[in-house]
Design a protein around this ligand. Structure first.
Ligand code: FAD
Length: 464
């Protein structure tokens, strides 16, 4: 350790980016501290994001399977009764165990947790709750917060953000979700399954902006079958709350006659913005870009010498696994190694039922870049999905027409989030569609659909 400083590495923020960076730095022999202003470690992801949302999705999926007759079809007749408090309890338990797990890992790896908000004094000094701490390297991993809708106040009762939507004390009669992105669809699904009427209002003409076009269309069809209602190409112009009811005013995105929707709960899920307020970035000469993000180079260095940044606060998809991988890479770079994240191969998953996942280019992006071949395989042709009575969904493999190198893979399937890992790995290794087609896949598994979609690239799947 360099005696000039209190620490070799100080990480600001203990989300999946920050806590992973801190642990890796300590594993590499660097004296490391991590400042976190929350009461618990784990950031957005463990406290109010990935983990609690998955706890509610998992539990509500069971409830729905019992309620909608899916279990009865398999000879299990039950009439479910909702005990929402217990469902919330198991969510809180999952969060507690996992955030406690990070605390344990900090202790095990000798990472010091500095409790409190950090603000820069200079590029090697921060103030953490009144305490002056110096470090040779400082990693900004402050994450992101919910984007507000101008003029709409989040009261966490009638008008909630994702954090409030995880904790509703009762099932709403009518939940209006503003924003048809991943978070809105996941949380909308939770409350729909538990009995709420759910209407999703989306500004653009299809849900899941950024996903492959065909996947978006198919997803929309599936969600409609699950009785989620959609108002696409529609903008919200106001939300009026009176007592425990809200009136949402909407109008066509292109302009036109306004209408109102009555609801007892409104979820604002229009996106997230990077957390840089209060960091005193001006003291170290860093300005944010027009999206509020901190710009970095290939090695995660900011403009300020000795200051690095990773995760939701820098450009790229706002995803926990992207933040984690950047956390490992930045620590390795600080230690003089060569940490790299391949930003072309970062999977995205929507944990609805079925799950929706993709990695690499969409068909639209790939087409715009050059000649491509596309292989598609329906989940209806997959024996395991069929056996499990799962209908709907497909896998699509997009390959370069000349080299056959896989450019993107998209799946809608019950376990698409798990399936997409093999596609990411294949792409990381520079696989061709033929490589996947000639890899032996265990039978009967959902993953065979990826193999068959790869076979379909050359027009020769078997089971369709
Ligand atoms: P964060 O997790 O936001 O952590 C930053 C931490 O820094 C926070 O704990 C904050 O308190 C702390 N902090 C900020 N400023 C300071 C300061 N000045 N001093 C000290 N501490 C500070 N991603 C997925 O990949 N999969 C999912 O399934 C998924 N589901 C999600 C569901 C929801 C409802 C939400 C809201 C998000 C979800 N995400 C998901 C996104 C994921 O949570 C984020 O991409 C991820 O948490 C980003 O990690 P991070 O380390 O950059 O920042």
């Amino acid at each position: 350790a360099d005696a000039t400083y209190d620490y070799d590495v100080l990480v600001i923020g203990a989300g999946p980016g920050g806590y992973v960076a801190a642990i890796r730095a300590a594993q590499l022999g660097l004296k490391t501290a991590c400042a976190e202003s929350r009461e618990t470690l784990g950031g957005t992801c463990l406290n109010v994001g990935c983990i609690p949302s998955k706890a509610m999705l998992h539990a509500s999926e069971y409830f729905d399977a019992a309620a909608n007759g899916a279990m009865a079809k398999m000879g299990i007749k039950v009439t479910p009764e909702l005990d929402l408090e217990t469902m919330h309890g198991q969510r809180r338990d999952a969060v507690k165990q996992l955030t406690g797990g990070i605390e344990f890992l900090f202790k095990k790896n000798k990472v010091t947790w500095l409790k409190g908000r950090a603000a820069f004094e200079d590029a090697h000094t921060v103030d953490v709750a009144g305490q002056r701490v110096t470090a040779k390297n400082i990693v900004i991993a402050t994450g992101s917060s919910v984007t507000a809708l101008p003029g709409v106040t989040i009261d966490q009762k009638v008008v909630v953000d994702s954090t409030g939507a995880l904790e509703l004390p009762k099932v709403p009669e009518h939940l209006v979700v503003i924003g048809g992105g991943v978070i809105g669809l996941e949380l909308g699904s939770v409350w729909r399954r538990l009995g709420a009427k759910v209407t999703v209002v989306e500004y653009v003409d299809q849900v899941l902006p950024g996903f492959d076009g065909e996947v978006r269309k198919e997803a929309n069809k599936i969600f409609k079958k699950q009785d989620l209602e959609f108002k696409l190409s529609t903008k919200v112009t106001g939300v009026q709350v009176a007592g425990d009811k809200a009136t949402i005013t909407v109008e066509p995105a292109a302009g036109g006659a306004a209408e109102t929707i009555e609801a007892d709960c409104v979820l604002v899920s229009i996106g997230r913005r990077p957390n840089t307020e209060g960091l005193a970035l001006d003291k170290i000469g860093i300005e944010v870009n027009n999206r509020g993000q901190i710009e970095i180079d290939h090695d995660f260095r900011t403009k300020a010498d000795g200051v690095w940044a990773i995760g939701d606060v820098v450009p790229g998809p706002m995803l926990a696994h992207k933040a984690e991988d950047e956390g490992i890479a930045v620590a390795e770079n600080i230690a003089g190694q060569h940490g790299i994240v391949n930003h072309d191969v970062i999977p995205s998953v929507v944990y609805t039922w079925p799950e929706i996942a993709g990695v690499g280019l969409t068909e639209e992006q790939a087409k715009a870049n050059g000649e491509i071949k596309v292989g598609k395989f329906p989940m209806a042709g997959n024996s395991r999905a069929k056996t499990n009575h799962e209908d709907g969904g497909f896998v699509k493999v997009i390959a370069d027409a000349k080299s056959d190198r896989v450019l993107g893979v998209w799946c809608i399937a019950s376990v698409a989030g798990t399936m997409i890992a093999q596609a990411a790995q294949a792409m990381e290794f520079g696989a061709t569609s033929e490589d996947i087609a000639y890899t032996c896949h265990a039978h009967p598994t959902h993953s065979e659909a990826i193999k068959e979609a790869a076979m379909a690239v050359t027009g020769k799947p078997i089971h369709v």
